[in-house]
Design a protein around this ligand. Structure first.
Ligand code: NZQ
Ligand code: ZN
Length: 389
């Protein structure tokens, strides 16, 4: 195990009807709230009415900024920063999924900074504070509700880039599994793919003696493999959503990577797919992760055998362990397909003529590598794209 410094300060309020607590909780932080949301799903479901009523009952002044798109855009973040400054907002309430929450986090750190918020996403500067952000989660997926990350797309150049900062943890997050009942099948599939991806990125590590977190990750992955397909049969099952929603949060709140060094190469590659083709994050991961696994599995065959046997209950082939390792990868790919995900670049319209541009963008013209389990250069990325063709 490597040394670690772990604290997750986000307060979680979990369960039925918890969104009605929003006003009471928010009044602990604010008099003026910026309500931030996406393309309107929260209006269709009635959540918007319940949340605004709760905020107003608590005597809070509410301003609004809607229109966050999946793969949230820098231009809207800039609009939000302007509103925060003009109206002296003291809490940003994100109601939605990872895109809305990430946009709110960017607004929060940007409102507290004299320079351009994009500096935080290029590494030119680090956040030194933030207007507090709180969330009401409507889709279990990104884990942003209690993560220290935000991923924003700069329309100028199609650059999708992450920023991680201790200032980006939401102060509180409301998780009511019932709010996910209205999700379309495609979003259920994308969301649960992302949850699996967050655990896979952590599982494939070179750090030895991490057995507690290995067992926790294996158990949490099995929980998603068991429950995610059930949501496609019954999308209004509270018990199933509760399992998936809580696993999605725990998958990305950093508890499961204490003492480990995760990989994150597949996430970095996926950001190029989303940045250039505007595809859903989970959709890109379902394509990249199996190809990445095929490319790297010989680096630590034992770990892939462990993944196959303990996560997928594959039978051990003692004569040919490589076969067992590959079986785990095939079962993961089959799971994604069963969820309705595409697992090939060609199936989502990404053709070989853009592989080189994506590999160049991801590696800054082959000057940096991606991932920790295996360091990936431009040539490695080209191989992975070919395996995913
Ligand atoms: O915009 P609205 O109308 O709300 O519709 C959304 C959106 O179209 C819809 N939706 C959400 N909840 C719904 C619903 N529709 C019906 N009923 C509901 N209850 O779903 C669509 C997708 O929403 P989005 O927020 O984009 O999904 P997700 O939560 O998967 O977030 C993806 C973003 O998070 C980033 C990704 O890169 C991507 O940009 N990530 C953020 C991370 C972080 N901050 O820690 C880590 C992740 O690895 C990820 O990179
Ligand atoms: Zn992710």
């Amino acid at each position: 195990m490597v040394n670690f410094d772990y604290q997750n300060p986000t307060r979680i309020i979990f369960g039925k009807d918890t969104e009605n607590e929003t006003g009471r909780l928010a009044s602990g932080y604010a008099e003026k709230v910026l309500l931030h949301y996406g393309g309107g799903s929260i209006k269709k479901t009635g959540l918007y009415d319940r949340v605004t009523a709760s905020l107003k009952d608590a005597g809070l002044e509410v301003f609004e900024l809607s229109g966050v798109k999946p793969n949230p855009r820098l231009s809207l973040v800039r609009e939000g920063i302007k509103i925060c400054r003009e109206k002296q907002i003291d809490l940003i309430l994100a109601v939605g999924g990872g895109s809305v929450i990430d946009s709110a986090k960017a607004i929060g750190v940007g409102a507290d900074y004299d320079g351009d918020v994009w500096d935080f996403y290029t590494g030119k500067a680090e956040p030194q504070g933030s207007t507090p952000v709180a969330t009401i989660l409507t889709i279990p997926a990104a884990g942003s509700e209690s993560s220290q990350g935000s991923v924003i797309t700069n329309e100028d150049g199609g650059l999708k880039r992450p920023c991680n900062s201790l200032y980006m943890y939401p102060v509180f997050s409301i998780l009511n599994p019932e709010l996910a009942y209205t999700l379309p099948e495609y979003q259920i599939a994308c969301g649960t793919t992302d949850i699996m991806a967050h655990m896979i990125e952590r599982y494939f590590t070179n750090v030895k003696n991490v057995e507690l977190t290995d067992r926790l990750l294996e158990g949490a992955m099995r929980n998603i493999i068991h429950h995610a397909p059930r949501l496609l049969q019954d999308s209004k099952n509270y018990a199933t959503w509760a399992e998936v929603m809580w696993t999605g949060t725990v998958a990305h709140n950093n508890m499961l990577d204490t003492g480990r060094i995760g990989d994150w190469g597949s996430h970095d590659i996926e950001h190029e797919l989303s940045g250039m083709y505007d595809i859903a994050h989970g959709a890109g991961l379902a394509i990249i992760i199996p190809a990445w696994m095929k490319y790297v599995h010989n680096h630590d065959l034992n770990r892939f055998v462990q993944f196959a046997t303990l996560v997928w209950s594959a039978e051990m082939d003692f004569n040919e362990p490589a076969k067992t390792a590959l079986e785990g990868i095939y079962r993961l790919e089959a799971h994604f397909k069963r969820m309705g995900m595409k697992t090939r670049l060609s199936e989502v319209g990404i053709t070989a003529d853009t592989y080189e541009a994506m590999a160049d963008k991801a590696t800054d013209g082959d000057t940096k590598t991606l991932g920790n389990f295996v360091k990936l250069d431009k040539a490695a990325l080209m191989e992975i794209f070919s395996l995913a063709e």
